[in-house]
Ligand binder design. Sequence first.
Ligand SMILES: [Zn+2]
Length: 346
Amino acid sequence: MSEKPSDHSSDTLSVCDFRPKSMLRLKAVTVTQARYSAIDAHNHYSDKMDLEWLIDNMDACNVRVFVDLSGFHGDRLKRRLERLKGKYPTRFAVFHVPNFAEISEPGFDVKAARELEEAVRAGAQGLKIFKSLGLTVRDADNQLVRLTDPRLAPLWQTAGALQIPVMLHVADPFAFFTPLDAENERYYELRRHPDWHFYGTDYPPLEQLFEDRDALLEQYPGTNWIGAHIGSQVEDLDEADRLLDRYPNYYVDFSAREAEIGRQPRRARQFFIRHQDRIVFGIDSWPDRSMYRSYFRTLETDDEYYRYGGWPNQGLWCISGLHLPDEVLKKVYYQNALRLIPGVQI
Ligand SMILES: [Zn+2]
């Protein structure tokens, strides 16, 4: 008996078009509002966002404060402060971003620290460092500027003296630093964003970025650091554990990492419980209601095997909820951020 010919349409399906739909029939809880008032401590306002639309979404989701890390510096920062805090003084916090394009100018170190002081006087509530520092920012001699560069020291010192947190984004998912091949778990994402692929000789090794970051935590114990995206170490929560144990001035957010915590829900739950005083909520994503609600579901419920917000952008896997205890939720949603970011109120 001859075999049936295979269906060739399935042979030609590109991996980038594969969208497996789970056949599991499971409960699916919709968490409309965060159980406790939430502070979105890691997000980016954009002029494309209608302010009233944003406030409506925040109200609908019980998000009391939106922290805009894209305040930039100088007049641009002042305009942003005016735009967001002019009408809604308690609903927004804005962070200052230094101008590293000036790093090679004489006196940069003193000027950067002075600009930070001015920004805080003008209403900025924190310092944001984008991942480009250490990864792509180069000085006039075409040398990569490392986080430990002495020209940056006054900035770190001043943040500590002003008692404002430094939201520090160092590195990125581990997979962004590995070859883009059949084993790369972020294949989809890197195909869409080749500019996020930091593998090769143009970039420092991942280990160097982490070593430099750890040196800052060590050298500036009076400065509060928030490691964005669990310090880019959500793939290695044992290591994130060790850092949090070692440095009491180190905090983390888990923004843009719902897909990561939710694919290891039992390990992530232990991590959240152990470091419940050091983790802040944030999504680092377009702030529509469905994105916030997906995070709430992951933090609050024990739902199993569902698609994370933005699926399949970070990977084809599904996630499960962490089902965090109420006391932990309260700290993560707002209490820790209230303590860390001066002037924030809910
Ligand atoms: Zn961000």
